[in-house]
Design a protein around this ligand. Structure first.
Ligand SMILES: O=C(CO)[C@@H](O)[C@H](O)COP(=O)(O)O
Length: 226
């Protein structure tokens, strides 16, 4: 597990959707490691954002890996569109697909990396038998649907237990956390075992500016994870 390095992952939710390309260029200049596109359908979560076409049109503005966080019902019906749009990794929610094992392997079959996300209330036992079909696990530290929510610190024991599960299976895959990640919360998440840290409102609203805010999160997480 020690081989997984800290990655800072911006959520595009706070971006200016009318000028997404330039915001993506700003994020790459700021030193982020990959980009997370928060896809929301207004059914699985109350909010509605964008689909694969927006990601496809964004591809030319960044050389970084793209991941699609599918906060949508029945993601298995549309996986190919996100891979064709240029996503290197596709995240589906365990709560949103009937046949999770099949869906995760469908993503891999399309040539992308697969990941499963768990809402705060969903127990780790729901993914115990699909971890070998995952290239990453996302632990939500807010209830999905909106940016700017408060970090749920009660998820830290869940992160730590997941790290133990992965180590016992000798699976060297990252644990990503998403929701309320800021300089005040990142250390707790990293100390528990998270290595990929998704942040939206904190880095975009930081008085330090985007580049320094990304560097600050990275330094805090790296120190806490040692
Ligand atoms: O995906 C979600 C919620 O569904 C958000 O957690 C964003 O991805 C990050 O938002 P901040 O909490 O960092 O503002």
């Amino acid at each position: 597990m020690a081989s997984e390095r800290i990655q800072i992952v911006p959520s595009v939710l706070p971006c200016d959707f009318g000028a997404l390309g330039s915001d993506l260029e700003r994020l790459e200049d700021a030193g982020v490691d990959k980009i997370q596109f928060d896809v929301m359908d207004g059914h699985f979560v109350p909010n509605l954002t964008f689909g694969a076409d927006v990601i496809k049109s964004s591809r030319k503005y960044s050389s970084l890996p793209f991941e699609a966080h599918l906060m949508i019902e029945a993601p298995e019906n549309t996986l190919e569109r996100y891979v064709d749009a240029g996503c290197d990794l596709v995240i589906v929610h365990a709560e949103a697909t009937t046949h999770l094992h099949r869906t995760l392997n469908q993503i891999r079959g399309l040539g992308a990396k697969s990941a499963v996300a768990l809402n705060p209330a969903t127990p780790l036992c729901d993914i115990e038998y699909v971890l070998t079909s995952c290239d990453m696990v996302l632990i939500m530290t807010v209830n999905p649907g909106f940016g700017g929510q408060a970090y749920i610190a009660e998820m830290e024991p869940k992160i730590a237990r997941l790290k133990e599960m992965l180590e016992s299976l000798k699976l060297d895959i990252p644990i990503e956390v998403d929701g309320g990640i800021s300089p005040k919360t990142v250390e707790g998440a990293a100390r528990a075992g998270a290595t990929h840290l998704v942040s939206g409102s904190s880095i975009f609203s930081s008085p330090l500016g985007l580049k320094a805010a990304v560097a600050e999160l990275r330094e805090l997480a790296e120190t806490a994870s040692k």
